[in-house]
Design a protein around this ligand. Structure first.
Ligand code: F6R
Length: 607
């Protein structure tokens, strides 16, 4: 949600700021803007809606200057409009801001009492006004920033431009992510390494409560009034890595990257010689774990739901999977010796972070499965199991989800081995099934045209779609429904197949397609009964199954996609790829904005 970029350099910055904002589009936004210093004065161009509108504004009224800040805004306080778009500025200070200033009303009342006039409905404006008030009281920019950090409450990242100060750009973070980029004769500040990728790979990730002053030749980072050092690292990202390649959308590119990234992820968790699972050293013994609490949001939560089946069946461990936004406020008692596993692509999701903090307060050991190793969730964990999905830009999670599943299955296997509930032979069989996964996923990608046809002919024409699955296919059904609704705006629901007759069956008629996720597994026959119940009521069935399942039920379905026959344990990874393609092509047929669906953000940094 929201994206920040700031540049101090020698060349005109407006086009560079715009380029960086394009890299941040994936985070989700509804207005955008940039500010630069022109002859020492703050000049802004802002626009509601997509960046193309800002681009037009800049074409009408170009902006000079070699220092500036830019922002993509996802509205929280104040509706999406040009007036509320960032940078928010006074005549002395321009600010771009991610996050929420929780005590903005208290600060605003104080500042209004001082006689300051507010021009926007945003919480951000208190930062600009507060800094202005300190500067007018003759504080240096550094003093003003240190003092403001002491007054602001909430989670935020900031970049600040000062009138008359072409020599410095400032930034600060608490909670929301912010990185400094080291260029050749230029310095950068941005939400993440992706925004900085077109300019530099050399980055420092700021820590909570850090604030920074950038100059042309470097930067100084502070905590309070004390200067601190932060390691400069190679982000490993290049501008090209974050492009769409030959694909029409990031989402399609990321769907197609799955064989490679699942392979990369497996390589770091399975010893190719012995085929044994190899986890990094963990700060707990699986044998001593009393309970596993898994927590996440959205698609990542569905990864937890799949993993619950795996940990329970393979490691015989009691597992609760909890939606983070509920778990954090429910305050459940957690047993001594428990482990909390948080799952997140971005590593920034604020509810997941808060759920982890709650689990920590209950003395749980924190293990996280994250795609961004520098993220807050990774940093606050006692141990991290990284997914090696690479940057995921499409708002809808695809390769992050299947790599989360891969890591979680490997972890469940490791737990099972340690607890003596998985034999060496079982481990070998399942690691073989996993090692074959990239090839099997490739096979599923070979069904793209079939998926497209079904999506266009059946799903895209529907107003409502049901997804059914049993056992570990139930979370895949939930994920299929989420993927479809979020990118195509078609209403979709995922149900446990056995629950259908307890309510949703009332919806079934010839207008409601029902996608049934049914690999040949121990519950296939039960799902087959539910399939027949839908059929008997005239439902239009789309069957996802393997050759045996197709032989048994295919003739009753309006359409069948036959997927490779695999060990049922790994089936959720494979079947997910098919539901992703169905959703993608349905959205394409509907003409929606696949990579940046309305109202959605990639990193959800507000509650
Ligand atoms: C859906 C989707 C979201 C995210 C959720 C959690 O396609 O992407 O539901 O899964 O917002 O995000 P992370 O994984 O970054 O914590």
């Amino acid at each position: 949600m929201c994206g920040i970029i700031g540049i101090i350099g020698k060349a005109p910055v407006a086009p560079l700021l715009l380029e960086a904002l394009k890299r941040l589009e994936y985070r989700g936004y509804d207005s955008a803007g940039i500010a630069t210093l022109v002859n020492g004065r703050i000049e802004r161009r802002r626009a509601e809606g997509k960046l193309v509108n800002l681009d037009h504004r800049l074409a009408e009224e170009p902006l000079g200057g070699t220092i500036g800040i830019g922002h993509t805004r996802w509205a929280t306080h104040g509706k999406p409009s040009e007036r509320n778009a960032h940078p928010i500025a006074t005549s002395r200070v321009a600010v771009v801001h991610n996050g929420i200033i929780e005590n903005f009303q208290v600060l605003k009342d104080e500042l209004v009492a001082e006689g300051r006039r507010f021009d926007s409905d945003t919480d951000t404006e208190v930062v600009a006004q507060l800094l202005t008030s300190y500067l007018e009281a003759k504080m240096s920019p550094e003093e003003a920033m240190a003092k403001a950090m002491g007054r602001l409450r909430g989670a935020f990242a900031l970049a600040v431009l000062l009138s008359g100060r072409e020599d410095i750009l400032m930034g600060a973070r608490r909670g929301s992510s912010l990185a400094v980029g080291y260029g050749d004769g230029a310095m950068y500040i941005g939400t993440d390494a992706l925004a900085l990728a077109p300019f530099t790979k050399r980055v420092s990730y700021l820590r909570d409560n850090d604030w920074v002053v950038l100059r042309l030749d470097g930067c100084k980072i502070y905590q309070g009034h004390t200067e601190v050092t932060r390691e400069i690292r190679d982000s490993g990202l290049s501008g090209e890595m974050t492009g769409k390649g030959n694909h029409q959308h990031y989402m399609l590119k990321e769907i197609h990257e799955q064989p490679a990234v699942i392979g990369d992820t497996l390589q770091s968790y399975i010893d190719p010689a012995t085929r044994a699972v190899r986890l990094p050293e963990l700060p707990f013994d699986w044998n001593a774990v009393s309970r596993v609490t898994m927590t996440a949001c959205g698609t990542a939560f569905y990864a937890c739901l799949v993993a619950k089946y795996w940990f329970e069946a393979l490691a015989r461990l009691p597992v609760e999977a909890e939606v983070a936004s509920e778990f954090r406020y429910r305050e459940p008692p957690l047993p001594a010796g428990g482990v909390c596993i948080a799952v997140s692509q971005s590593g920034e999701t604020v509810d997941t972070l808060a759920a982890m903090r709650y689990a920590k307060s209950q003395n749980q050991t924190l293990l996280s499965v994250v795609n961004v190793p520098e993220s807050a969730i990774a940093r606050e964990s006692d141990a991290v199991l990284p997914t090696l999905a690479g940057p995921e830009i499409g708002v809808a999670s695809t390769k992050a989800f299947t790599t989360q599943l891969t890591v979680l299955l490997v972890a469940a296997l490791a737990a099972g081995r340690a607890r003596g509930t998985v034999t060496a032979a079982q481990e070998e069989g399942l690691t073989r099934a996993l090692i074959e996964m990239p090839e099997q996923v490739n096979d599923v990608l070979g069904r793209e045209e079939e998926c497209r046809r079904i999506a266009v002919d059946i799903l895209a024409k529907a107003r409502d779609v049901l997804y059914l699955g049993r056992g570990s296919s139930f979370p895949v059904a939930l994920e299929g429904a989420l993927k479809l609704k979020e990118i195509s705006y078609i209403h979709a629901e995922g149900y446990a197949a056995g629950e259908m007759k307890h309510g949703p069956i009332a919806l079934i008629d010839e207008h409601v397609p029902v996608v049934v996720v049914a690999p040949s597994d121990s519950v296939f026959e039960k799902t087959a009964s539910n399939f027949e119940q839908v059929k008997a009521r005239g439902g239009k069935l789309v069957l996802l199954t393997d050759a045996a399942g197709a032989a048994r039920l295919g003739s009753h379905a309006a359409a069948t996609i036959v997927l490779p026959t695999v060990d049922p344990v790994v089936a959720p990874i494979l079947y997910t790829v098919a539901v992703q393609m169905l959703a993608y092509y349905a959205a394409l047929a509907k003409g929606t904005d696949v990579d940046q669906p309305r109202n959605l953000a990639k990193s959800v940094t507000v509650e």
